[in-house]
Design a protein around this ligand. Structure first.
Ligand code: FE2
Length: 428
């Protein structure tokens, strides 16, 4: 059989090098050295890294690319961001949300993202964002997997119609139950919201992903309840706690008890390094907390840790470009994940780990997986993070869907080469 596409001489994220990847009928058919097969199209990776696509496990697509509408966040805090979003919400239109979301998806695909979990705010009786993103999900399905989370931004109980709207969103086809326990009026309301949301997910057979303890308050301990409810309802492997930034500020003794509880329950953690590093610690003078959760400690305890982009040009974050390597790069710095092993784990935190958190079918580069992959201008995952390497070719179901040229600068220097690229400079 003639294959559709063969990628020659690839290095894989697990370190295997000199691999050919044979693709036919949208699937990976074979992976290994020097495979004697023919294909309609061949791509020579020249030893570069070929990875399954990036997966963004935490995003807000209803708010993306809205920076400046209706004004900018002056304090940089989470609370002003929520207030600002509340000002923008009544002004949103179905068409504008769809257009911004599609524009973002174009950017994401070009950066090698193959799947996004996006929270969508249900605290709007029109459910405008929900209906818009369900339409976007259909429209991008051939090139991007979009998984939606029903997210009661203004509080499941704090907003009078949030709970009913959340159930309506789930009825419309939103597949993950979201929440924000630290934003409820009291610690007890927050605890009860976690119980309630987990029971809703258990009844409906859905996944759970709560904004959980996105706070510098060391007493914000809703992750404890999330782990307990996951265990009680048998939801292990289907639940994620997003942010968990209060763990940064918690007492070490308490964390030593908490980490095994999270691991035993089968709850995954999602850190959002770009957002956590700019939003948290805003009430501190000096020393100023970094505000990331305890990534290395969670990983060491056996908790799957994925990284999300969270925001791009919205009320909470004015930067970002759909680049999961930028996310991993920030995590490596802010959480000091600088050992070779920790940097490889940071690459996994934007690829294979979030793929399992989302429950993606057929993700990977083994035979039988979907032929979705990214050719990077890097020799391995560590160089990919270092350079935020160009995504030279993006393939979806065996078809090239995006290409980007590697950056090369022309030099005009005496007795020096005519050009330089970030990769070549490192090789001397
Ligand atoms: Fe978020």
């Amino acid at each position: 059989m003639e294959a559709d596409l063969i990628i020659r001489d690839a290095t894989l994220p697990d370190g295997r090098s000199g691999c050919d990847i044979v693709i036919a009928e949208g699937l990976v058919q074979a992976v290994g050295p020097s495979i004697p097969a023919a294909a309609r199209e061949e791509l020579d990776a020249q030893g570069r890294l070929v990875s399954p696509p990036f997966v963004d496990c935490h995003f807000h697509m209803d708010a993306t690319l809205s920076l400046g509408l209706p004004r900018l966040n002056q304090s940089g805090t989470l609370l002003e961001g929520i207030a600002l979003w509340g000002e923008l919400k009544p002004l949103l239109t179905h068409e504008a949300v769809i257009e911004r979301a599609l524009n973002y998806c174009d950017l994401a695909v070009a950066r090698g993202i193959g799947a996004i979990r996006s929270h969508v705010d249900v605290c709007d009786d029109r459910l405008l964002g929900v209906e818009a993103l369900l339409e976007v999900k259909d429209r991008v399905a051939s090139y991007l997997d979009l998984q939606l989370v029903a997210f009661p931004q203004d509080g499941l109980y704090r907003d009078p119609t949030a709970r009913a709207n959340l159930l309506r969103a789930l009825d419309l086809g939103v597949e993950v139950v979201g929440g924000i326990p630290h934003f409820e009026r009291t610690m007890e309301d927050g605890r009860q919201s976690v119980v309630d949301l987990c029971e809703i997910a258990a009844e409906r057979g859905l996944l759970v992903d709560l904004h959980c303890d996105e706070s510098d308050d060391p007493h914000s301990r809703h992750i404890e309840t999330l782990a307990r409810e996951t265990e009680r309802l048998g939801l292990g492997g289907r639940v994620a706690g997003s942010h968990l930034t209060s763990m940064h500020s918690m007492d070490n003794y308490y964390v030593s008890k908490l980490l095994p509880l999270i691991a035993e329950a089968g709850v995954a953690a999602i850190a959002n390094p770009l957002i956590n590093i700019v939003i948290q610690g805003r009430h501190d003078t000096y020393p100023k907390r970094r505000g990331l959760t305890r990534i290395a400690e969670l990983q060491a305890a056996g908790v799957p840790v994925g990284f999300g982009h969270d925001c791009v040009m919205d009320p909470w974050y004015s930067l970002g470009s759909g680049d999961m390597l930028e996310v991993a790069h920030m995590a490596v710095h802010a959480a000091q994940l600088t050992s070779r092993e920790a940097m490889r784990a940071a690459f996994a935190a934007v690829t294979s780990v979030p793929a399992s958190i989302l429950g993606l079918d057929g993700y990977g580069l083994e035979p039988g997986c979907h032929a979705d992959l990214v050719l990077l201008d890097a020799e391995d995952p560590i160089e990919a993070i270092r350079l935020k390497a160009t995504r030279l070719v993006v393939v979806r179901r065996g078809r090239v869907i995006a290409e980007t040229a590697a950056p090369v600068s022309q030099l005009h220097l005496p007795d020096r080469p005519a050009s330089v690229s970030p990769r070549r400079a490192a090789r001397g």
